[in-house]
Design a protein around this ligand. Structure first.
Ligand code: IPM
Ligand code: MG
Length: 369
């Protein structure tokens, strides 16, 4: 088993270091190889996704990814910007199925921006199609408008598109995931306006007939955005396209208290996967040692479960994280300012201390059993 470790930029290097530490503490047999990606790779090799990094990712059973991006690259031509690394990996490895669970841990109910009763016990799974839609549709570009409101003006355009097989396979992923949960799927579209999403809705409905035991409903994306903050616990599995999934998954993240808690998995048809926190490189806090490593540590758990066939090791990481939260440790993003009189008392810790605490919880459990 081989894991490609791609820390990337900003807090990426800090949080991935903690996840690697946790993986090593499990004492399993796998090889890890690290490579540059994103802005760091651009600095060293002139490209955010160098051939050597792509080759390593292709050969590996799984990729553990940190984050990419920094404002200082915003002026580069698009093909050289750090974000192209993650888009390139998704496309080249065919990682069409993106799982973004949003779970509100009991101890973090107070960290959410919503009222505790709305988020306590929240457990939803957003399944985002990841290799199609307006993100990858061609043609795209800039040109001079020949019609529309301002003929002759400079214009930019992108193409939103989905083929039937792309929708079919992500729908199957969603229904199968729902079978392992509460058997409810909400498909999010914009069929009232867009052809792309009328096809989406038609195909998801068709595939749904093969899963009579799973309840399917459809929601327009604007309404879904509203329902997510109105009554988020009504959702179980949410399946949607690439762009709507990008937006709704950030929204869902905040329900859980902090985007610093949210792992993600992106899989292809052969269960090869890329595992990354749902958050970005946070250049504003990079290098300070205060980022929350738990999203990345929990992504490593997803990697063990989905790509490396080590479900017990995944359980060990997840229960260690719960243990550490229960013991009161909090990074700044989940620290309840002005509410220090809690039982047990909460303690603000940095990135490394949080990683160390997870490692300690894992090794302690090993010696006991
Ligand atoms: C995400 C990110 C990426 C996306 C960016 C970094 C290209 O926002 O994974 O959600 O838009 O998909
Ligand atoms: Mg996003």
């Amino acid at each position: 088993m081989k894991i490609a470790v791609l820390p990337g930029d900003g807090i990426g290097t800090e949080i991935v270091a903690e996840a690697v530490k946790v993986l090593k503490a499990l004492d399993l047999k796998f090889e890890m190889e690290t490579a540059l990606v994103g802005g760091a790779a651009y600095e060293a090799h002139g490209h955010p996704l160098p051939d050597s990094t792509l080759k390593l990712a292709r050969q590996a059973d799984a990729v553990l990814f940190g984050a990419v991006g920094d404002w200082k690259y915003d002026k580069l031509e698009r093909a050289l910007r750090p974000e192209q690394a993650v888009l390139g990996l998704r496309k080249n490895l065919g990682l069409f199925a993106n799982f973004r669970p949003a779970i509100c841990y009991e101890q973090l109910v107070g960290a959410s921006s919503l009222k505790p009763e709305l988020v306590a016990g929240l457990d939803i799974l957003i399944i985002r199609e990841l290799t199609g839609d307006i993100y990858f549709g061609q043609p795209r570009g800039r040109r001079t408008a020949v019609d529309g409101h301002f003929p002759g003006a400079e214009e930019a355009f992108d193409t939103m598109r989905y083929t039937r097989p792309e929708i079919e396979r992500i729908a199957h992923v969603a229904f199968q995931a729902a079978r392992k949960r509460s058997r409810r799927v909400t498909s999010v579209d914009k069929a009232n306006v867009l052809e792309t999403f009328q096809l989406w809705k038609d195909v998801v409905t068709e595939i749904g007939r093969q899963y009579p035991d799973v309840e399917l409903d459809h929601m327009y994306v604007d309404n879904a955005a509203m329902q997510l903050v109105r009554a988020p616990k009504k959702f179980d599995v949410v399946v949607t396209g690439n762009m709507f999934g990008d937006i709704l998954s950030d929204e869902a993240a905040m329900l859980t208290g902090s985007i610093g808690m949210l792992p993600s998995a992106s899989l292809n048809t052969s269960s090869q996967g890329l595992y990354e926190p749902s958050h970005g490189s946070a250049p504003d806090i990079a290098g300070q040692g205060i980022a929350n490593p738990l999203a990345t540590i929990l992504s490593a758990a997803m990697m063990l479960r989905f790509s490396l066939d080590q479900p017990q090791a995944a359980d060990r990481i997840e229960s260690a994280v719960k243990h550490v939260l229960a013991s009161g440790l909090r990074t700044a993003d989940i620290y309840p300012e002005g509410m220090s009189a809690q039982i047990p008392p909460v303690v603000k810790v940095g990135t490394r201390e949080m990683g160390d605490a997870v490692v300690a919880a894992i090794t302690k459990k090993t010696t006991k059993s």
